[in-house]
Design a protein around this ligand. Structure first.
Ligand code: AMP
Length: 459
C-alpha cells in the first residue's frame, strides 16, 4: 500500500501508558460459574446500580455481564488491590502481552518499519520492557550524565519500577449463558478490561527528560499521546489531577516549542465525569488531532453539557448525531481533525480549510481500517506485509446502509464549513483478538494523515 509506505518514512514519538495485559478467553461455563457463585439476583441488582469501579467481586461480575449483554467493549478500574488474589484464584491467564495505548502503538509502528519510533513511559520495569518488540527502529529516551541517549526499551528498564497489570476478558459473539431465568447471547465479540488503578502508577514525564522534549519534538514528525484516563483525582501524597494535567500541558507545549509538531491525543473512556471534563478542557485545546470511539464521543458531549445529544448517541447510535457531536467538538476545542471510530464506520471531521481533500482524508481512513482488520485477523501485525491480510477483509455488510445514512445526514446538517468523511469498516467475523484495534485505527489514521500533509508540503 502506497500510503503506508509514505507513512513509514515518519518518526513518531508516543507516550505515556504501557502495562501488561493478562488475557482470559471467556466461555459459557466460566461466565455461568461466576454468576452462580454470586447469585443471579445479586448480579442483576448490582447491574442496575452500575458500579463505576470495582471494589468487590460482585461489582466485577455485574459490569462484566452488562458488557456481555450489550456486546460493547468496556473498561472499569479496579481500585481495591486486595482483589488481586480473588482474580488470580478464579482465572488462569491464557496470554500476557503489551497493553496500554502508547505500548501498543509503539510496537505496531515499529513492526510496520517506521523510520523511528520513540516511546516514553514513566515506569519501565523489566517485565514491562520485555513486552516491547525487538526492533532496531524502536527507542526509549534515557538521560545519562545530562545527555539524551536513545536505547531500545530492552536495555533501558529499571529494576525497581512499579508494574501495572490489566486483566482482559475477551468474549465472543454467540456465547450463551443464563442470568437466572433470562437467557443471554453475546451480540458482538469484544473485551472487558479490568484496569489496575494504583497509587504508584502515574502519568508524567520525569523532570530530567522534560528539558529534552523540545529536541524530541523538533526531530519527530508527530506525537501520539494517551493514558490520561490513568490519572486519579487525588493521591495520598497530596498530588492531584490538576498537578498531573499541568505537567501534561507543559509536555505538549515543550514538544511544540521548536516547531509546530502535530500532536494526536487518543482519548479513552474516563469513568469520572470530573476528570473527563478536566482532560477535555485542559488538553484538547492544545492538540491538533483527537481520536475516540463512539461511546467516548457521547461521554465527552455529556461532559461539555450536551446531555440530550449525548443520550441520543448512546441510545440510537445515529450517524447524524455523531456528525453533529463531532462538529461541536472541533468547533469548541478548535481541533484540526477529529477521528471517531465505531464498529461499523470510521469518520473524520475537520474544518473546511483543512489542507487535505475529502478524497485524501478517505484514503487515510481506508488505511486505518485495513490495519485494524489485519490485526483482528492475525492478532498482531508483525511486518508491513501483513497489511495485505487486511485488504482481503470485506467491508461490513452494513457498509452501504452506512453510506446512505451518511449522505442523508449530510443533506440535513449544514456541513459547508466542514469536511466530513466516513468509510465503512472492514470487519473480521471471528477476530483473534479485539484488544488494541481502536489504537491501531488511530495510529494508522494519524500517521497517514501526517504523510499526506507532508506530501502536500503542509507539514
Ligand atoms: P476501541 O473501542 O477504541 O477499542 O475501538 C475498536 C474499533 O476496532 C471499532 O470501533 C472497530 O472500528 C474496530 N473493530 C472492532 N472489532 C473489529 C473486528 N472484528 N474487525 C475489524 N475491526 C474491528
Amino acid at each position: 500500500m502506497e500510503l503506508l509506505d509514505e507513512a513509514r518514512k515518519l518518526t513518531i514519538y508516543t507516550a505515556y501508558n504501557t502495562n501488561v495485559d493478562a488475557i482470559v478467553y471467556l466461555n459459557s461455563e466460566l461466565i455461568q460459574k461466576l454468576i452462580d457463585e454470586m447469585g443471579a439476583e445479586a448480579v442483576r441488582r448490582r447491574m442496575e446500580e452500575y458500579p463505576r469501579q470495582i471494589e468487590e467481586p460482585l461489582d466485577f461480575v455485574a459490569r462484566l455481564v452488562h458488557a456481555l449483554k450489550t456486546g460493547k467493549p468496556m473498561a472499569v478500574p479496579l481500585v481495591n488491590e486486595e482483589l488481586h488474589s480473588w482474580f488470580d484464584s478464579h482465572f488462569t491467564y491464557d496470554v500476557e502481552r503489551m497493553g496500554g495505548q502508547a505500548g501498543i502503538i509503539a510496537n505496531l509502528l515499529a513492526n510496520l518499519d517506521f523510520r523511528k519510533v520513540l516511546v516514553y513511559t514513566p515506569h519501565l520495569a523489566k517485565k514491562q520492557a520485555q513486552m516491547f518488540v525487538k526492533r532496531p527502529n524502536l527507542f526509549y529516551p534515557v538521560v545519562e550524565d545530562g545527555y539524551l541517549t536513545l536505547k531500545h526499551p530492552h536495555e533501558a528498564y529499571r529494576e525497581n519500577d512499579p508494574i501495572k497489570v490489566n486483566r482482559i476478558f475477551e468474549f465472543r459473539a454467540g456465547t450463551k449463558f443464563k442470568l437466572g431465568s433470562e437467557s443471554i447471547e453475546v451480540p458482538f465479540s469484544g473485551r472487558f478490561i479490568v484496569s489496575a488503578r494504583f497509587e504508584s502508577i502515574r502519568i508524567y514525564t520525569k523532570e530530567k527528560l522534560k528539558k529534552f522534549l523540545p529536541v524530541i519534538g523538533e526531530t519527530s514528525d508527530g506525537a501520539i499521546l494517551s493514558g490520561y484516563q490513568g490519572i486519579k483525582l487525588r493521591y495520598s501524597d497530596g498530588k492531584d489531577a490538576n498537578y498531573y494535567l499541568r505537567g501534561a500541558k507543559e509536555d505538549i507545549m515543550l514538544l511544540k516549542r521548536r516547531k509546530n509538531l502535530k500532536v494526536h491525543l487518543e482519548f479513552a473512556s474516563i469513568q469520572s465525569r470530573e476528570l473527563r471534563k478536566k482532560v477535555i478542557y485542559n488538553l484538547f485545546p492544545l492538540v491538533d488531532s483527537v481520536g475516540m470511539d463512539e461511546s467516548e464521543i457521547a461521554h465527552v458531549l455529556n461532559a461539555l453539557g450536551y446531555s440530550k445529544l449525548s443520550d441520543r448517541i448512546f441510545t440510537y447510535n445515529r450517524i447524524e448525531d455523531t456528525v453533529l457531536g463531532g462538529k461541536i467538538l472541533i468547533d469548541e476545542m478548535n481541533l484540526e481533525v477529529l477521528q471517531i471510530h465505531t464498529i461499523y464506520y470510521i469518520m473524520y471531521i475537520t474544518h473546511a480549510d483543512n489542507p487535505l481533500s475529502e478524497e485524501e482524508l478517505t484514503q487515510s481512513l481506508e488505511l486505518a481500517t485495513t490495519l485494524a482488520a489485519a490485526r483482528a485477523s492475525l492478532g498482531e501485525i508483525t511486518s508491513p506485509e501483513d497489511v495485505k491480510v487486511g485488504m482481503k477483509v470485506p467491508y461490513n455488510e452494513r457498509g452501504e446502509y452506512v453510506k446512505l445514512r451518511f449522505e442523508e445526514a449530510k443533506r440535513k446538517l449544514r456541513t459547508k464549513e466542514y469536511k466530513v468523511v466516513i468509510i465503512p469498516t472492514r470487519l473480521v467475523k471471528n477476530p483473534v483478538s479485539t484488544v488494541g484495534l481502536g489504537d491501531t485505527i488511530s495510529a494508522g489514521a494519524f500517521t497517514s494523515y501526517l504523510a499526506l500533509l507532508k506530501k502536500k508540503k503542509a507539514l
